[in-house]
Design a binder for this molecule. Structure first.
Ligand SMILES: Nc1ncnc2c1ncn2[C@@H]1O[C@H](COP(=O)(O)OP(=O)(O)OP(=O)(O)O)[C@@H](O)[C@H]1O
Length: 344
């Protein structure tokens, strides 16, 4: 493969450093098309979130990329290995934590870990060392000798990930890693995921939680109706939907009044002495606003940029009633093209 380099919003990615590459991925169950030719490119050492409503095909994509089920079509490479010809090498490079826990509740946390060590053909001594190290890392040492059925949901999830790490995978698939966890356990899990990536691991996670994708992911893909309807960083996605604006606030009523007269397209908020100017928040738009303020000798006391949140994006892209919802392939292309334009 050619090692071409392209720049996405200042971030350089090399096509020879992709941990996961899917082109034209298709899968149907009977006459139901679940994945209708999707492309995914996940740079090594990054967190990629696959976002979508129930039944969008997120788990199916993870199952295919982790070799659990086969695709109907598509060129798929994971860890540099072709899924069609080298599934064994892919399996050796990855770890998977599914929606349904691999933890056996009848045995202790430590025994679950040792079982994984056996599956990875580690020697008894090495298995014990790795198990103890991971139990410690995931704050499970005190509970290690208790049956896993007595663990809380958060502890089980931590044990599940610890078990996934026994084989030291460089690419990890996490299917809805925080579903059902309380806010504290979710934050713990987020820190665990960030820790994995800072150690050089690539994480592809699926989630229905927009804040999770916003918090964690370097790149987010929104899956709906079998297609990827948008892909980019959280802030790139937020620029896809209307509602972004720049807010200028003034301390002095006189300055506010003269700015309001000069900026006729701005929405006034007389109570807070603020003006709201529609804007996508791009550097070019901000520069235009600042140049304009300078030219008019207007000095705001505060300038803030507001972008729509990921909820707005998600509903706009996945709601069947929304005008922005890509109900036809043509609209899908429009949404994707709009994002690409933004990214350039
Ligand atoms: N083995 C199967 N046989 C038939 N249909 C299936 C099978 N696996 C998945 N499906 C269907 O494919 C669609 C996508 O399912 P999938 O589990 O991939 O979605 P998801 O995005 O992960 O959803 P959720 O967020 O609810 O987990 C669903 O309509 C599901 O019923």
């Amino acid at each position: 493969m050619n090692a071409s380099t392209r720049t996405l919003c200042g971030m350089k990615t090399s096509t020879n450093q992709l941990a996961i590459e899917a082109t034209g991925l298709r899968k149907s169950f009977g006459d139901k098309t679940v994945l209708d030719g999707i492309d995914l490119h996940v740079p090594a050492g990054s967190i990629f979130a696959l976002l979508g409503p129930n039944g969008a095909g997120k788990t199916t994509a993870v199952q295919i990329l982790s070799t659990l089920i086969s695709a109907d079509a598509g060129e798929l490479r994971v860890g540099g290995h072709d899924l069609a010809t080298d599934a064994q090498a892919v399996r050796a490079a990855i770890g998977v934590t599914g929606q349904f826990s691999a933890v056996d509740g009848l045995i202790t946390g430590e025994e679950n870990m040792l079982l994984m060590a056996d599956l990875h053909h580690l020697s008894r001594r090495e298995g014990r060392r790795v198990a103890a190290e991971l139990l410690e890392r995931f704050d499970l040492t005190d509970a290690a000798k208790k049956p896993a059925s007595t663990y809380s949901g958060g502890m089980k999830r931590r044990l599940d990930i610890a078990m996934t790490l026994v084989g030291d995978p460089r690419i990890i698939f996490l299917d809805e890693p925080t579903t059902g966890l309380d806010p504290r356990s979710r934050h713990t899990m987020w820190n665990i995921i960030r820790g994995l990536v800072s150690g050089g691991v690539t994480v592809l996670l699926t989630t229905q939680y927009l804040d999770e994708a916003d918090q964690l992911a370097d790149s987010i893909a929104v899956l709906n109706g079998g297609k990827l309807v948008a892909q980019g960083t959280a802030s790139e996605l937020k620029r896809l939907v209307p509602g972004g604006h720049v807010r200028l606030r003034f301390d002095e009523p006189r300055a506010y009044e003269s700015a309001a007269v000069a900026l006729r397209e701005a929405t006034r908020d007389d109570e807070s002495l603020s003006l709201q100017i529609p804007s996508g928040g791009s550097q070019r738009e901000l520069r235009a606003i600042l140049d304009w303020l300078d030219a008019a000798s207007i000095e705001a006391d505060e300038l803030t940029v507001h972008t729509p949140d990921l909820d707005d994006v998600f509903f706009a892209l996945t709601s069947p009633t929304s005008p922005a919802a890509p109900t036809t392939p043509a609209t899908v292309t429009t949404a994707a093209t709009a994002l690409k334009e933004n990214v350039r």
